[in-house]
Design a protein around this ligand. Structure first.
Ligand SMILES: *Cc1c(COP(=O)(O)O)cnc(C)c1O
Length: 387
């Protein structure tokens, strides 16, 4: 490392839970209802409003949101769902939890978004749904994908774990699909540690997921609370996946300040883009024309891929904590053994998956930390990467 700059230690991510969130949490902790009650209803309404969607159901994770979406859509045994070959494992395993088979399609190199042509080519008579992922906060080409879904009579379920704030030219998460699923995991743009949500245009799907998230019971705890002997029915096997009032208390203040935090992340991304644009061995993230990113992750691609781990180690040793988002699904034994997945069949996913390095990106990142990260990346690229 260059001697002129002092070593810093920079976390990969710092969450946004501040004093206001903690005050809300403390207040809810004193309420009668700490499980799913009025605070969760308030969060669901605010989240739906923010997205301009009619229905939102809070669940325990995005993985559950995906799984319950497939259940609500009647997708299961004998069915196939097309997912990108480049994504987080939960996109594929949620399909498996529903009893269906994930079928992989390659992505667009650089954006990492599901390729509509590859998607159409992967359709069989068993295909029931397509699950695009809004990688790093940029929406997948939903217009083209929804046309394909319509043509073949398929459902469309969005993995919008990265994309609360991202928008397409004339669409947002949930507006062209059967359901869009979100994550409030510890490193996501708003968080309550673990949590998730489904938004949908369909009252029927929302109601089905509301029942499925709570043991399949036809009435929730709030609805059963009162002076009469509680009566409810169970018509199908359900799950335990309801977002609680304690979690919603942490989420509401973060949702209220989401625009401010988005603009801070955008400013950091601009600085990264300027500071790193001259390095030939590094490919910067791209946002297609007309799209607005949620700026969830700032993920660069390094060349050659064989040097990725050495490069990351150098950054970490200099105090810049970074991450891999993501390895290609073909990297994992589960998908290779169960579905005979081979990285050679998905060249863009494979090339991206072995080249990604995600740099820190969160509102509380200081300007001088951003400058330090840029310096560190330039130095490490010069020493380790090609060109
Ligand atoms: C984080 C993430 C998930 C899973 O979210 P959980 O809330 O942890 O279940 C799914 N898909 C993608 C693309 C993710 O990044």
């Amino acid at each position: 490392m260059s001697t002129k700059i002092e070593r810093k230690s920079i976390e990969f991510y710092k969450h946004n839970i501040d004093e206001e969130c903690i005050a809300e949490f403390n207040s809810v902790a004193k309420n009668l209802f700490i499980t799913t009650g009025p605070k969760t209803a308030e969060f669901e309404k605010s989240f739906a409003d923010y997205l301009g969607m009619p229905f939102c159901v809070g669940v325990m994770s995005c993985s559950h949101a995906l799984h319950l979406s497939y259940r609500a859509l009647g997708i299961g045994e004998g069915d196939e769902v097309i997912v990108p070959a480049f994504t987080f494992v939960a996109t594929a395993t949620a399909v498996m939890h529903a009893g269906a088979k994930p079928v992989f399609a390659d992505v667009d190199y650089r954006t990492g978004l599901l390729d509509p042509d590859k998607t159409e080519a992967a359709i069989t008579e068993k295909t029931k749904a397509i699950c695009p992922v809004h990688m790093y906060g940029v929406m997948a080409p939903m217009r083209r994908l929804s046309k394909i879904a319509e043509k073949y009579g398929l459902k469309l379920v969005e993995d919008a774990a990265h994309c609360i704030e991202g928008r397409g030219p004339d669409f947002g998460p949930g507006s062209l699909s059967d359901s869009a699923t979100f994550s409030f995991y510890a490193t996501k743009n708003i968080t309550c540690g673990e949590g998730g949500a489904v938004v949908t245009r369909s009252r029927d799907i929302a109601e089905k997921i509301r029942t499925l998230r709570n043991h399949g019971m036809t009435k929730s705890a709030v609805e059963r609370h009162g002076t009469k002997i509680p009566e409810y029915d169970v018509k199908q096997i359900g799950f335990k996946s309801n977002l609680t009032d304690l979690q919603s208390a942490l989420l509401i203040p973060q949702l209220n300040r989401i625009k401010k935090r988005l603009s801070r992340r955008e400013a950091i991304v601009k600085r990264y883009n300027n500071g790193l644009s001259d390095i030939k061995s590094i490919t910067l993230p791209v946002i297609p024309h007309g799209y607005k990113s949620a700026y969830h992750l700032y993920t660069i691609l390094v060349a050659p891929p064989e040097k990725r781990d050495e490069f990351m180690t150098a950054l970490m040793e200099s105090g810049v904590n970074c991450s891999i988002n993501f390895r290609p699904l073909s990297h994992f034994t589960l998908f290779r053994e169960k579905f005979g997945m081979n990285g050679k069949d998905y060249p863009a996913a494979t090339r991206m998956g072995y080249s990604t390095v995600t740099l820190p990106l969160y509102p509380s990142l200081e300007n001088e930390e951003v400058e330090y990260i840029i310096e560190t990346v330039i130095t490490a690229a010069g020493e380790i990467l090609s060109g």
